[in-house]
Design a protein. Structure first.
Length: 210
């Protein structure tokens, strides 16, 4: 039911999906959705909560790690991409629809999950600034750059596939792993603190960040 709900919410948005459609795709009686989740809204919230809870748990473990900030941020990008795509490929489209309507269903307990991910980014960025790995940057803008880039890429996969199939875009369709590494490199190198001439310690920091 969670998988079927995610697919349908991604295809038609929350308001465009009747409970009967979820039941039909899940191959269950409509009453089962009410029995297990208490209705469509609670099913929707369960999808968000289930996906984000795994991301948050693993992300907060990263933030508590004593490893260097560039390594932690690189792993965080990979974690978010994996949890929200490989494990639930329709979730990015569902979330993009939600945020474009103002996040009306991300209230109370649910909104706490993405905010905790943002707090993990803040902790990692602030550590990187303190240890000299990162230049002084706004952690919130870093979070928006990280999450926004991933969300847009994975949410637009079908459009991208169509444009390549029609020959409107030349080359090969970029693979998910290639894009994730691109974002990891882009963000880490973009945040890396500049080094002074003759600062060998800084050069070593830049080398490790790569």
């Amino acid at each position: 039911m969670l998988t079927a709900g995610t697919e349908l919410f991604a295809e038609s948005g929350y308001d465009g999906v009747p409970v009967s459609a979820i039941a039909e795709r899940s191959r269950v009686n409509k009453a089962m959705i009410n029995y297990h989740f208490g209705g469509k809204r609670q099913l929707y919230r369960a999808i968000v909560r289930t996906t984000f809870s795994e991301i948050v748990e693993r992300a907060e473990e990263l933030a508590d790690s004593p490893r260097r900030a560039p390594d932690l941020l690189r792993d965080l990008v990979g974690l978010v991409a994996d949890a929200a795509t490989a494990r639930n490929p329709h979730f990015p489209v569902m979330m993009l629809r939600e945020v474009l309507t103002g996040g009306r269903r991300l209230d109370g307990e649910i909104i706490a999950y993405p905010l905790r991910v943002a707090d993990v980014v803040r902790r990692i960025v602030e550590r990187g600034v303190r240890e000299g790995s990162f230049r002084p940057v706004d952690p919130l803008l870093t979070h928006l750059s990280l999450v926004g880039s991933l969300l847009f890429f994975f949410a637009t996969a079908r459009l991208r596939a169509r444009l390549f199939a029609e020959g409107r875009v030349r080359g090969r369709i970029p693979e998910a792993a290639t894009y994730v590494k691109h974002i990891q490199d882009l963000i880490i190198h973009g945040l890396t603190a500049p080094t002074r001439t003759g600062d060998t310690n800084g050069e070593r920091r830049r080398g490790r960040a790569r």
